[in-house]
Design a protein around this ligand. Structure first.
Ligand code: TEU
Ligand code: CA
Length: 537
């Protein structure tokens, strides 16, 4: 099959609020992103995914949108956004926007109208019932909220300030498509679709994700908007499993380019429990899950490859090691491990410099609505404060939301004002300026991996095969295309380990140590050592 542009792209995710503040109000903004385009060009990425920049009361940091066609003044103006798109285009970078259409803000004019009376034309844009059932909000508590004016309850799968849209209403759907076409007309490169697998919900049957009409809606959306436009569309689908994933992204079905599936993300929590119920990662399970997804998407599908995002902890703290010299080694190992796979890699801002989780014992340092709500809920359930903090340090969404660490300057060079959220105190050691100065930094490992993806067809298209599944220390796999073979070998842990392998005729593409300890068919892998090798006949 002909290669799509997004199959050879690497995406960089920007959380605008925490990226770079250009006007000293402590909040990252769009002009701030424009100022940092040289940095992104140096890294070599092809696409920027912007978290929501639309008008919003910010109950859930922009995922509660009150006007889909207006830019949040904290981030700048419509002109700033147009300029960003234009300046990116000049550098061959596309901008994809966050499409949040499972819900709006309760401040959106649709909802303001909807709650006035049951016969208001917008009432049916949302989901109302006379009696609540026991559906729960993903942020804790009931998913239903009472409105006295209409004597009914509305559904909200997130906070009560995020009422769910009623996708059964064709008029509502048409309004969404109109809005999408507005942005497509502005020249964007595509959409990241927030919790898109929820739009087909059937609340009366307790169906949240993967409802019976979900794919109908997505096909209609594609037909009415981006269908013929060659854009990148990526669906956030927590409910995607190997069995249903290709319904979203088999090109013959004309829905999405790819999805984010989260199976690996659930491996370090207790099954069936909240993700704050911690469990040690079993690395063999990780191999199995990632390898399974590689094969699920092998034909007529496409993977997204990501370790973290604005909802997840920092990967180096999660499955690497953020202590001392191991931080750099393990961050590079994880980068090589992921970027050797087949799919479109996504880098979350700060990942390329090895930013870590944020360890504070003061709960007010974690402003995220989810953290605050789950914290209270757990106290009520009898968890100790220490116990909850342990979970927060491992899993809270705010771990990934601290301001980008640009330099050793005050506030990590993010702002000259008071940052909206605390800066991670480790910015003296962990910052972009330092990385750019040192050729052996994490940044340049990412730069190399991005370049390799462009240069190497086997990296983009080669088939994937897991090697040595049973090995409890090493994650290794190969990629094969015609007469080329790539092998990735990673020591996932701090302990040295030996690996029997023939490396005859191989050339190193990238590694996280300057040399290899390889003698008579035995590769000795030091702490977190990772190598990517190629054979070309
Ligand atoms: O996240 C979807 C979602 O369900 C998350 O709440 C997730 O379960 C949680 O963060 C655990 O990692 C999307 C957005 O990415 C998130 O930022 C929003 O809060 C949410 O939708 C509501 O729009
Ligand atoms: Ca600002």
């Amino acid at each position: 099959m002909e290669e799509k542009w997004w199959q050879s792209s690497v995406v960089y995710q920007i959380y605008p609020r925490s990226f770079y503040d250009s006007n000293q109000d402590g909040i990252g903004d769009i002009p701030g992103i424009i100022e940092k385009l040289d940095y992104l060009a140096e890294l070599g990425i092809d696409v920027i995914w912007l978290n929501p920049v639309f008008q919003s009361p910010n109950v859930d940091n922009g995922y509660d949108i009150s006007d889909y066609e207006a830019v949040n003044p904290e981030y700048g103006t419509m002109e700033d956004l147009r300029l960003l798109i234009k300046k990116c285009r000049a550098r061959g970078i596309k901008v994809i926007l966050d499409l949040v259409v499972n819900h709006t803000s309760d401040q959106h004019v649709w909802f303001q109208e909807a709650k006035k009376s049951a016969d208001n034309p917008y009432h049916d844009y949302y989901i109302w019932r006379k009696e609540p059932n026991d559906l729960m909000s993903n942020f804790g508590g009931s998913a239903w909220e009472y409105v006295p004016e209409v004597d009914q309850y509305y559904l909200h799968f997130y906070s009560r300030q995020q009422p769910d849209l009623n996708w059964e209403n064709p008029r509502m759907r048409q309004d969404i498509y109109k809005m999408m076409n507005f942005w497509i007309h502005e020249g964007i490169g595509g959409f990241r679709m927030d919790v898109i697998d929820l739009i087909g919900k059937v609340p009366d049957q307790n169906i949240k994700e993967n409802g019976p009409h979900l794919h109908e809606y997505l096909q209609e959306m594609a037909r009415e908007t981006y269908g013929e436009k060659d854009l990148l569309t990526v669906g956030e689908t927590w409910g995607a499993a190997a069995e249903n994933a290709k319904l979203f992204c088999d090109p013959r079905r004309k829905e999405l380019s790819m999805i984010f599936q989260f199976e690996q993300i659930n491996l370090d929590k207790v099954k069936g429990k909240h993700r704050w119920d911690l469990k040690e990662l079993d690395m063999i399970e990780l191999k199995d899950v990632l390898s399974k997804w590689q094969s699920v998407m092998e034909n007529n599908g496409w993977n997204s490859l990501f370790w973290n995002n604005h909802d997840l902890p920092r990967i180096v703290s999660r499955w690497g090691n953020d202590h001392g010299k191991y931080r750099v080694l393990s961050a590079k190992m994880l980068a090589i491990l992921l970027h050797g796979m087949k799919g479109t890699p996504y880098i979350y801002q700060g990942e390329e410099i090895g930013m870590t989780n944020f360890y504070s014992d003061d709960i007010s340092d974690y402003p995220d609505i989810e953290t605050q709500q789950v914290y209270k809920e757990r106290l009520d359930q009898g968890f100790s404060k220490e116990d909850i903090l342990r979970s927060i340090h491992k899993k809270a969404r705010d771990n990934g939301r601290t301001p980008m660490q640009w330099s050793q300057a005050e506030n990590a060079g993010f702002t000259k004002g008071v940052p909206w959220m605390k800066v991670n105190p480790n910015y003296q050691q962990v910052n972009a300026a330092d990385c750019l100065e040192h050729k052996d930094s994490i940044f340049y490992t990412y730069q190399t991996l991005i370049r390799l993806r462009k240069e190497s067809r086997v990296l983009r298209q080669g088939t994937y095969r897991l090697i040595d599944r049973e090995n409890p220390n090493i994650f290794s796999y190969e990629r094969i295309l015609e007469n080329q073979k790539i092998m990735v070998i990673c020591n996932f842990y701090q302990e040295e380990t030996k690996y029997e392998v023939s490396l005859e005729g191989a050339r190193v593409l990238t590694a996280n140590y300057p040399d290899m300890e390889y003698r008579s068919g035995i590769l000795c892998l030091r702490a977190y050592e990772a190598v990517m090798l190629i054979w070309e006949k």
